[in-house]
Write a protein that binds this ligand. Structure first.
Ligand SMILES: [Zn+2]
Length: 278
């Protein structure tokens, strides 16, 4: 299933409903919903109408979603705090409305931080308060176990996404860290972000996690450089051949303003051609 991340439209000022309408008209089979849309009021009503009017679109969700708390980048490593519980509640409210098959979270970090839209990750100021890694890991485990339990009751899968290069002390930083998390939290899977893994030079290594990979974010970055989410070429897609389940997964083209509509349409055609070739 070829999907598009709603960030592509949301970062250009397009609302949730209109973003899905546009994705549908471009021939995408799915949409990954994210928080970068306005207005934020009346979101549940808009989601219900969107789901009803686009019955053929399959939805996935990139957490968090439009929380009334104003937080739009959650840190699972802080565990089940009041704010994180509220964020979880909102995410799963959205999951149920659009019947999302998959919901994904970031890995979390040891810094005691939550973000709003203005304080985006690269703009964090030093010094920062940090948790001991052991506490952060415990918090992450509790948060994800709770998410997996709620998701299991409604037939959704919970995934954690591999991180981009970051100035933060990210909790899951290697294939081994992910493998440990997957054995600690049963049912947790991986959303493989190609752009993040290209930038960190770890795509081949993460692909060895195989069956745990339940969604792909398609985009490209140069190794050793910043995470850019540029269009992926046929060559960039080749390593995905190692995944026998590839055709069953949501394959989400994930780009912001750095990619034009024309480039997005071209990339979709490249991905279609690639899938036909395997
Ligand atoms: Zn991603």
């Amino acid at each position: 299933m070829i999907s598009v991340s709603s960030i592509f439209f949301g970062c250009r000022g397009t609302g949730i409903y209109e973003s899905v309408e546009k994705a549908d008209s471009l021939g995408f089979e799915g949409v990954e919903l994210r928080q970068e849309h306005l207005p934020k009021n009346g979101v549940w009503k808009i989601l219900k109408k969107t789901k009803a009017d686009f019955p053929n679109i399959e939805f996935t969700i990139h957490a968090p979603l439009w929380s009334g708390s104003g937080i739009n980048y959650l840190n699972p490593a802080m565990g089940l705090t009041g704010k994180n519980k509220k964020l979880l509640e909102d995410v799963f409210r959205g999951v149920q409305i659009v019947e999302a098959k998959v919901v994904l979270f970031h890995t979390g970090f040891t810094e005691l931080l939550l973000f709003n839209h203005i304080a985006w990750v690269p703009r964090i100021h030093w010094p920062r308060l940090k948790m001991p890694r052991g506490i952060a890991k415990k918090g992450f485990g509790q948060f994800m176990e709770s998410a997996v339990k709620i998701a299991g009751d409604i037939g959704t899968e919970v995934l954690v996404e591999n991180p981009p290069p970051s100035k933060l002390d990210v909790l899951l930083n290697s294939k081994e860290d992910f493998a440990t998390a997957f054995s600690d939290v049963k049912g947790l899977g991986l959303a493989l972000d190609m752009s993040h893994s290209f930038a960190r030079g770890e795509l081949a290594e993460l692909l060895t996690l195989r069956k745990k990979i339940r969604e792909i974010h398609v985009a490209y970055s140069k190794e050793g450089e910043e995470d850019m989410h540029l269009p992926a070429s046929m060559e960039h897609l080749q390593p995905l051949k190692k995944l026998p389940q590839l055709k069953e997964l949501p394959i989400v083209l994930e780009h912001g303003r750095e990619v034009s509509l024309d480039e997005l349409i071209k990339e979709k055609a490249v991905v279609e051609k690639f899938l036909k070739s395997i």
